[in-house]
Design a protein around this ligand. Structure first.
Ligand code: GDP
Ligand code: MN
Length: 399
């Protein structure tokens, strides 16, 4: 789960990281008011979206007057900010953060990530801050400093000093840098984060080490033990299909194709998506309904998939071990009777109670296309989708 910059800064501040003074606003007038309240003569207005690259996309503006703050934030509110991290649809701006502008001499990149190959937290830093890490690793790979942390002992001060030294931090600021690194590391481990990124971390003109930007991502599976972090979730920044799925406890990932998939087990879901592609189609989603799915759960999953406007055919592929084909069939029938859909539905069932499942589908009187193997199901789904789309465009043409 991602959070906003201002939230990450508040958290990191509580762990001893220095951040600029700032205030949140929900309207341009409030932004100007908050700046006046803060005082000073220059401010930075920052669109709060769950994505980086805002600077280049017009989501970060330096302002010197009330008027400039009103103008800058009016332009941001309600806009869909498109950065290289958001995808073409962008992310809506509903909050802006106003900060006292900071004069700085140097920008540093600092990231904490989970390194899967060493199975450790890895600190990645570079004296070439301000650019994205992808750009740094493409243009200045030699500037990147990496250190992994031994989990049994945590981040040692000498390691933090080594990083400070490698980044060329002046000796009088080493202690501040160590505190910053330790603060980020503790926030990462204490709160079950999967990523902490400060870009840029700056050396200010008045010689402080300060985080001008902050990004944190948390392990969703550990949120149950951090209710204060769960509360920071902002659904306006999520794919609405994925938020709905998360609310229903379904493992769902939205994709850009047209064939909706309802599958049990992550492995089978992956195989189903591959087979759809092999048959010449594109999956609209990944969806794992899990084991022991009740008819109600299957029906929920079905409605979730068909509520996606891009879905032009639905493929249900169940290999039932713990699951029961009859329950799955009942779920599909229940969903279709409650809310009929005008796209072809293909069902392939195998395993526990498969005969009962087939009977339920046959008796329902619904136009469900049945298949026996995965390849057959995928081929039928792709064919049905193509026929359906061709027919619809003929209908439109004759109107
Ligand atoms: P991002 O583009 O989404 O990563 O947003 P950032 O918060 O990193 O802001 C983009 C850039 O704006 C930074 O790399 C800085 O160079 C600049 N910036 C942000 N805050 C300040 C500030 O307080 N003072 C100055 N001078 N520049 C700032
Ligand atoms: Mn940044």
């Amino acid at each position: 789960m991602d959070i906003h910059e201002y939230q990450a800064k508040e958290i990191l501040k509580s762990f001893g990281v220095t951040v600029p003074e700032g205030a949140l606003a929900y309207s341009p007038e409030q932004a100007a008011y908050r700046a006046r309240e803060m005082g000073g003569n220059a401010w930075v207005v920052k669109a709060q979206v769950h994505a980086g690259g805002r600077g280049k996309a017009g989501g970060v503006k330096l302002c010197k007057t009330d008027h400039e703050i009103l103008d800058a934030s009016s332009a941001m509110f309600g806009m869909k900010l498109v950065t290289h991290q958001t995808g073409p649809e962008g992310k809506g701006v509903y909050r802006v953060y106003v900060e006292a502008a900071t004069a700085f001499d140097r920008e540093i990149y600092l990231g904490f990530v989970l390194d899967r190959s060493s199975q450790r937290i890895m600190i990645v830093a570079s004296a070439e801050g301000g650019m994205e890490i992808e750009e740094i690793s493409a243009t200045r790979p030699d500037s990147i400093v990496r250190q992994t942390v031994e989990p049994a002992v945590g981040l040692r001060d000498f390691q933090a000093r080594e990083i400070a030294f490698a980044l060329g931090i002046p000796p009088d600021l080493t202690q501040q840098m160590v505190r910053t690194l330790q603060g980020c590391f503790r926030a990462f481990t204490d709160l079950d984060a999967t990523m902490v990124e400060i870009n840029p971390l700056v050396i200010t003109a008045d010689r402080r080490i300060m985080a001008l930007d902050a990004k944190m991502t948390f392990d969703t599976n550990a949120l149950f033990r951090h209710p204060q972090i769960s509360e920071l979730r902002d659904k306006s920044q999520e794919d609405p299909r994925e938020s709905r799925a998360a609310d229903r406890g379904l493992a769902y990932i939205g994709l850009s194709g047209n064939i909706g998939c309802i599958v049990n087990g992550a492995g089978l879901a992956m195989a189903t998506m591959d087979t759809i592609k092999l048959a010449g189609g594109e999956p609209a989603n990944f969806l794992d309904i899990g084991g022991g799915a009740t008819p109600e759960r299957v029906a929920k999953a079905f409605r979730l998939v068909t509520s996606d406007k891009n879905v032009q055919a639905v493929l249900v592929n169940i290999f039932a071990g713990i699951n029961r084909c009859d329950w799955v069939a009942e779920g599909v029938v229940q969903a279709l009777k409650m809310e009929p859909v005008d796209v072809p539905v293909i069902v392939r069932l195998a395993g526990t109670n498969v005969e009962e499942g087939q009977k339920i589908l046959a008796k329902s009187g619904l136009p469900i296309i049945r298949a026996n193997s995965l390849m057959e199901a995928a081929t039928r789904a792709v064919t049905a989708w193509k026929n359906d789309t061709a027919q619809n465009s003929r209908l439109r043409a004759s109107e």
